[in-house]
Ligand binder design. Structure first.
Ligand SMILES: [Ca+2]
Ligand SMILES: [Ca+2]
Ligand SMILES: [Ca+2]
Ligand SMILES: [Ca+2]
Length: 416
């Protein structure tokens, strides 16, 4: 469409569309002065195609009020919010970032008055506990609520912001790491003002303005190692964190900026008994009301990551085992902080199927095929049985940090 001939849409709808080459789509909405208008697009997150959308909001004079190409919250999709400065019409523009596009570039555009906070802290907790949640980054400002984490919550998990105007179209990331939450208390820009906590714990805060740095203090024993992860992008925050560990009497003993992405990680081996400080800041010393972080400090846990190397992203693996026949599945295993033999099992197989693997020795290069067998004499009746025997491989691979469908980092394969 053209700016002069946009498609009229109501507020609080989802528009399904697609972007062709050099295509720009215009949608116009009617809003009252002071109303919150948000547009959030799902393009690349639909997983159909490498479609990188850009959103803008224009007023009736074609003046751009706001625009967004990529936002950490929604990956390379965009999200824009305004408070309508006057009664009237506002135009939402959708295009591909390089003005490309084709029939596979489908999108879902959510337009409405719903809340759209860009961060929530604390950004994790224990199933069943009640937390004092702060919603940050909404164009109408911060909001707080008591929130009960469902006792049966499972990964991936996210929080949907709700108010009297609606519900966010996609959740904010929330980590179920079982750690005790510690909240920052400003001012904490100097070690002398650092709140004291005990490990293991998760520290939650915001680098809320340019130049902000947040200190926290804890006691450690010589040789008792800690794994320290800072989740910025891992909780879909725009913050690019820098982590440092300092001695109480001054001097930095460890630090990390990026660890396979903008987030920070280090394994801290305390050189002596005593008090230490953790500090978090932005790598460019920038800050914003939604630059949230979560620092996880835990003892070293053994981790196991299983993968199905033949799996394609966004597709589940289905294995069909023909009657009287067998099928092999390739499984990869990555051990961290433990060694020794691994034995795989597959639960809840359909009747008549058996599964067999040989142990993966500690010294093994990390791949092994599992085998499903289906003897001919066990399933006599047929066509139906044969179709039912198509079985989803149970060992879903763990995904990389931050690529879960709900933006919840769940690369931590803790085996406690
Ligand atoms: Ca984009
Ligand atoms: Ca802060
Ligand atoms: Ca601070
Ligand atoms: Ca970083």
């Amino acid at each position: 469409s053209e700016f002069a001939t946009p498609q009229q849409v109501n507020l609080d709808v989802t528009v399904n569309g697609f972007v062709n080459n050099e295509d720009v789509d215009y949608y116009v909405v009617e809003a009252k002065k002071g109303e919150r208008i948000t547009a959030e697009i799902e393009g690349i997150r639909l997983g159909n195609f490498f479609f990188d959308p850009v959103l803008s909001v224009l007023d009736k004079n074609r003046f751009e009020l706001t625009a967004c190409d990529d936002a950490a919250l929604v990956w390379q999709d965009g999200v824009v919010s305004i408070i309508a400065p006057e009664d009237g019409q506002y135009t939402i523009m959708v295009r591909e970032s390089a003005f490309g596009g084709n029939g596979a570039c489908t999108y879902r555009l959510h337009v409405g008055r719903f809340p759209r906070p860009t961060a929530a802290i604390p950004s994790g907790g224990k199933p069943g506990e009640t937390i004092a949640l702060r919603w940050l980054g909404d164009v109408l400002g911060e909001r707080s609520e008591n929130y009960v984490i469902p006792a049966d919550a499972t990964v991936p998990f996210g929080l949907f912001a709700k108010d009297d105007k609606g519900v966010s179209p996609s959740p904010n990331a929330f980590v179920l790491d079982g750690l005790t939450n510690v909240m920052e208390v400003e001012p904490n820009d100097a070690p002398a003002n650092a709140p004291v906590f005990e490990t293991p714990a998760a520290l939650n805060g915001v680098i809320e303005k340019d130049g902000d740095i947040d200190f926290f203090k804890f006691a450690a024993k010589k040789g008792q190692q800690l794994d320290i992860h800072v989740l910025g992008r891992g909780i879909r925050s725009q913050l690019d964190p820098v982590l440092s560990i300092h001695r109480e009497d001054g001097g930095t003993v460890a630090g990390n900026d990026d660890s396979g992405g903008p987030d920070s990680y280090l394994r801290f081996n305390p050189p002596a008994d005593g008090n230490y400080l953790v500090s978090v800041r932005d790598h460019l010393n920038k800050g914003r009301v939604d630059y949230a972080y979560r620092v996880q400090l835990e003892p070293v846990h053994p981790r196991l990551t299983l993968g199905l190397p033949e799996r394609r992203q966004y597709f589940d693996i289905t294995t069909s085992v023909a009657q009287g026949n067998r099928m092999a599945i390739l499984v990869s295993a990555q051990r961290k902080d433990f060694g020794g033999e691994l034995l795989l099992d597959m639960k809840d197989l359909p009747a008549g199927l058996t599964f067999e693997t040989v142990p993966m020795a500690g010294s093994d290069p990390c791949r092994r095929a599992g085998r499903c067998d289906r003897p001919a004499d066990r399933l006599q009746d047929s066509g139906r049985g044969a179709r039912r025997a198509g079985h989803r491989a149970g060992a879903r691979p763990e995904q990389r940090h931050g690529v879960g469908p709900y933006g919840t980092p769940h690369g931590h394969g803790h085996h406690r």
